[in-house]
Design a protein around this ligand. Structure first.
Ligand code: 13P
Length: 344
């Protein structure tokens, strides 16, 4: 192992068949919103308790290969006093870190957003590596409307994603490249397919231009899916077929793993869609798995509701959802399992 490049070790760990990535990197503001909806107070301590609950769920490392942390969590200790990155390492789970610094309007576009955080990113990545992080995440967003996303937003976000990815690799950190086409809106699945294809094409063009090594990256895309408010939403098989079609057109086989975001789909939808992609009888040149936040956490968070008496039940809910997604990542899930008792 001594001569293996750290990027090789990390990508091997993160692309294991049947395992996915837990996104637990919500910013303070985002966790605050999720907690508030359930009447949970958001403090440094309650956020620490929540992340501790997830990470220490017994047996979770069977289904979760990596966890993306927010800066606050990376610097906190688990409840047993071990720093979270160390705790994850002990469990055989790779610690990751969200490094983008959120969204702002891209000037001279109709209504598009660009992701911030490139300033001093190299120094921040070196510091995160020294604290145990071995992979990172950067999210770009694209919303579909009559006038968005503009070509300028597609090209600029691609350029920024590629610069981030190159800096990560230079610092021995595997980049998760996350271009998210948002679910909000009335658009059809066909419109989502056109936008997703353009976005992914631009992203891989820019990655090539910046000499990013595709063997050492993870793509985290949204699925090709009808808008949330679309009057006639496409069914599970259509989402699976169109998503795989667009990914096969745009994502080189050198990319080891694609891990979807859930993007506001229900937990059951996110699992069923992933499973259906594995049962299409189409060759998938990459590992195809999950990197969900809401679709993995929602039921567990509701069950917990901020009360220590509910920790065990919440961990069972989290374990269950992770296990169902692990089955889906092998094409072995079916909807009847939603009613079965799947606890370890
Ligand atoms: P969701 O699965 O809730 O969309 O979150 C994934 C993520 O990491 C967004 O950046």
């Amino acid at each position: 192992m001594a001569n293996l490049n750290p990027l090789d070790i990390t990508i091997q760990q993160l692309s294991q068949k049947g395992k996915g990535i837990l996104a637990a990197d919500e910013s303070g503001a985002t966790v605050g919103k999720r907690f508030a909806a359930l009447g949970i107070e958001s403090t440094e301590e309650t956020r620490r308790a929540w992340r501790n609950l997830l990470i220490t769920t017994p047996g979770i490392n069977e289904f979760i290969a990596g966890v993306i942390l927010f800066d606050e969590t990376l610097h906190q200790n688990a409840l047993d006093g071990t720093p979270f990155p160390k705790k994850l390492e002990q469990l055989g789970i790779v610690p990751g870190i969200k490094v983008d610094q959120g969204l702002t309007i891209l000037p001279n576009t109709p209504d598009d957003q660009i992701t911030q955080g490139l300033d001093k990113l190299g120094e921040r990545l070196a510091d995160y590596f020294s604290k145990g992080a071995r992979f990172a995440k950067w999210r770009a967003v694209y919303s579909i409307s009559d006038h968005t996303p503009s070509q300028l937003a597609i090209d600029t976000n691609a350029e920024v994603l590629a610069r981030y990815a190159a800096l990560c690799q230079q610092n021995k950190i595997v980049p998760i490249v996350e271009p998210e086409v948002l679910l909000d809106g009335e658009h059809s699945i066909d419109q989502c397919a056109v936008v997703s294809e353009n976005v992914l094409h631009a992203v891989f063009h820019a990655l090539h231009h910046h000499h990013v090594k595709l063997e050492h990256m993870i793509l985290k895309p949204s699925m090709v899916i009808s808008g949330k408010s679309c009057k006639q939403r496409a069914n599970i098989d259509t989402v699976a077929k169109m998503t795989v079609t667009i990914l096969r057109r745009t994502v080189p086989a050198a990319v080891p793993t694609i891990n979807f975001l859930s993007g506001g789909q229900t937990p059951e939808e996110a699992t069923a869609h992933l499973n259906a992609m594995h049962t299409l009888n189409v060759t998938l040149p990459w590992n195809l798995s999950y990197s969900y936040a809401r679709a993995l956490q929602d039921y567990a968070m509701k069950t917990w509701a901020g009360k220590s008496a509910n920790i065990h039940a919440a961990q069972e809910a989290f374990y269950r959802r992770a296990r169902l997604n692990s089955l889906a990542a092998r094409g072995e899930y079916n909807a009847t399992m939603e009613k079965e008792n799947l606890v370890a």
